[in-house]
Design a protein around this ligand. Structure first.
Ligand code: ZN
Length: 247
């Protein structure tokens, strides 16, 4: 991974504010991994992409995660800390992007691939189609179906087979769906909360950028320094100057 400077991250934050979480996360990865193209990153499976984002998050902000969730039973806010080191679930070595996998059930053989960011962006842009057909994302990933060496149409698959294929896909790509079992201290309710690295990381980048811009504002106002020069300082030095103004 390439070192991202505060100026890089601030630029990505600014550009990304007009984009979806998926698009801006891909831009962020492309900046950190200059050997990869945006389109090749968009073809990574969701678990692969999220594994990279989790590593990038550790690189930028460390491994400690401060989580909050709302208890679905009593609406109490539950807060806890965890380590992102416990969240690396993707198999090593990873599957290469667009690998063709096979699901076999009795005489049926389905060739498929794992869903990727391009698929999810298509879902967000054509939400009506995907609401009308809840299996569409799954069937988009089917490449070929054979029954006793005869080709079968996707529309002829029964609901049970589609469900089994969906389970298979989540087993192939475990990093795509991170759940944590939680226990509410107020009402003892237990439930599974989802961890979404995209929203977690971008909330953190938002807080970081707002704080940084506030520091730049204070230092530029007090000393007349240029934004570029303030950005080039280490965070420790910036914080020290801000403290000096506030004394
Ligand atoms: Zn509760």
């Amino acid at each position: 991974m390439q070192a991202l400077t505060p100026a890089d991250l601030l630029q990505l934050w600014e550009t990304g504010s007009e984009q979806t979480l998926i698009e801006r996360s891909l831009l962020l990865l492309a900046k950190a991994l200059p050997e990869q193209t945006l389109s090749s990153l968009a073809m990574l499976s969701i678990g692969e992409r999220d594994e990279m984002l989790l590593s990038l998050r550790e690189y930028l902000f460390g491994t400690k995660l401060k989580n909050t969730a709302v208890c679905p039973k009593c609406a109490d806010i539950v807060e806890w800390e965890s380590s992102s080191r416990d969240m690396h679930l993707q198999p090593v070595p990873p599957l290469s992007a667009n690998s063709v996998l096979e699901f076999v059930r009795e005489d049926l053989s389905i060739k498929y691939r794992l869903p990727n960011s391009t698929d999810l962006l298509r879902v967000t842009r054509n939400a009506n189609f995907y609401i009308a057909d809840p299996n569409k994302l799954l069937t988009d990933c089917i490449i070929d179906i054979q029954h006793n060496n005869q080709q079968v149409q996707v529309k002829n698959l029964d609901a049970e087979t589609l469900q089994a294929l969906e389970v298979q896909i989540s087993n192939d790509d475990p990093q795509a769906d991170i759940g944590m079992m939680l226990n509410c201290p107020a009402c003892s309710n237990e439930w599974e909360a989802k961890f979404d690295i995209l929203s977690y990381l971008w909330t953190e980048i938002d807080v970081w950028a707002t704080h940084l811009l506030h520091e730049i504002y204070l230092l530029a106002s007090a000393f007349g320094w240029a934004e570029k020069d303030i950005l080039n300082m280490s965070p420790q030095r910036r914080t020290m100057y801000v403290k000096l103004i506030q004394v």
